[in-house]
Design a binder for this molecule. Sequence first.
Ligand code: GAR
Length: 207
Amino acid sequence: MGEEKLVIGVLASGRGSNLEAIFNAIQTGVLTARVGIVLSDKKDARALERAKQHQVPSIHLDPRSYPDREAYDAAIVTTLTAHQVELVILAGFMRLVSKPILTAFPNKVINIHPSLLPAFPGLHAHRQALAHGVKVSGCTVHFVDEQTDHGPIIAQASVPVLEGDTEASLSDRILIEEHRLLPRVIQYYAEGKLKIIGQKTFVEGGV
Ligand code: GAR
């Protein structure tokens, strides 16, 4: 029997709330896809636990067991391919991905980041936003290239930054939007609605 649903592989380093949002979207029919594998670089990532709860295969690959980044990423590709993954989602995966992954999955790696890129890439996005006194922040879903939190932007959602916000309060406000945006973008991908033209991505029919 042929596979009808898009098979996604989710890479996560921590809590896995975006992974949970993907599972919820699948359960409620917002997203027509199947999570083929959840992979983490951290042994105790809660994301691995969530995968088990949903009876989805999960694996911890320790970067320290590989000589360099390329070797580690090649092992990730082997795992993803073994699980028939067609689209790779970085859901709080706190490592740079390198050529082996980008070559095996050209324009098929999507990341979510908690800022309005190109502002505040990298670690501590909320801290950076607060330090700059921006009045609006949000999240960005984008195709991944070899730079940190960089590549054609697919969709963004904004939230106000309020007086008295802490990293935690701003993060909570942005996370609500992350959990809405990421599954929607994956569904656009599944429906073939994303078109990359140069450094830009367009959603057929608009977001
Ligand atoms: C999310 O806020 C995601 O946007 C961010 O990590 C968090 C993971 O939360 N990603 C990055 O900062 C990537 N540079 P989660 O594990 O609960 O989904």
